[in-house]
Design a protein around this ligand. Structure first.
Ligand SMILES: CC(C)(COP(=O)(O)OP(=O)(O)OC[C@H]1O[C@@H](n2cnc3c(N)ncnc32)[C@H](O)[C@@H]1OP(=O)(O)O)[C@@H](O)C(=O)NCCC(=O)NCCS
Length: 162
């Protein structure tokens, strides 16, 4: 049973570890080894993770029954989802989907008209199932290595009645 809760300061190390483990183990399913290495090279350290997740964005952590983090994601006030990472030992069980659903619910409480993210090949199917549309395939260069992702967007329905 996985539950979602807000980020706390003591999560930073665990989230950085999930990010790195996830990219190392899941990245090769869609990206070449040099692209996975480039992706890892831009992993946040604990200081950056904590700075980002305490800057006012809505940051959530998925935890197992023992309280151990198994995934994380976030939503900024402008509708941007920056990270969506699940521990490879827990993928394919709906953790990512549950986090995106929770973020869309949260978006309805904010004055945002759309939610958007730059999704990997691994995350694009999940976002599409959650109602996002691919706006553009994006080519990036990280330390000279070409790597692509997908700019995805979903509109946020109005909440309440007129
Ligand atoms: C992308 C990621 C977060 C998905 O997490 P997850 O917990 O495995 O996702 P879920 O189990 O909730 O899957 C949701 C749905 O998408 C589908 N799905 C997930 N990944 C998929 C893939 N690579 N290809 C096809 N379908 C996929 C699942 O089958 C599931 O379908 P369902 O709704 O019919 O059950 C996880 O694979 C991950 O951390 N990847 C590496 C990091 C990454 O790419 N992050 C995104 C950066 S933008």
């Amino acid at each position: 049973m996985i539950t979602l809760r807000p980020y706390t300061g003591s999560d930073a190390d665990a989230l950085v570890a999930i990010y790195r483990k996830s990219v190392r183990r899941l990245g090769p399913r869609a990206y070449r080894p040099d692209q996975v290495a480039a992706w890892l090279s831009v992993a946040p350290d604990r200081t950056e993770m904590h700075r980002l997740y305490t800057d006012g964005r809505h940051a959530i952590v998925a935890v197992d029954p023992n309280g151990a983090p198994v995934g994380f994601s976030d939503l900024a006030g402008n509708g941007h989802i920056r990270f969506l990472y699940v521990d490879p030992d827990h993928v394919g069980r709906g953790v990512g989907r549950a986090m995106v659903a929770a973020l869309l619910d949260h978006a309805r409480t904010l004055a945002v008209v759309s939610v958007f993210s730059d999704a990997s090949d691994l995350a694009r199917p999940l976002f599409e199932r959650a109602g996002f549309t691919c706006i553009a395939r994006q080519e990036h260069r990280i330390a000279g290595i070409r790597i692509h992702n997908h700019h995805m967007s979903a509109s946020v329905p109005c909440s309440g009645t007129p």
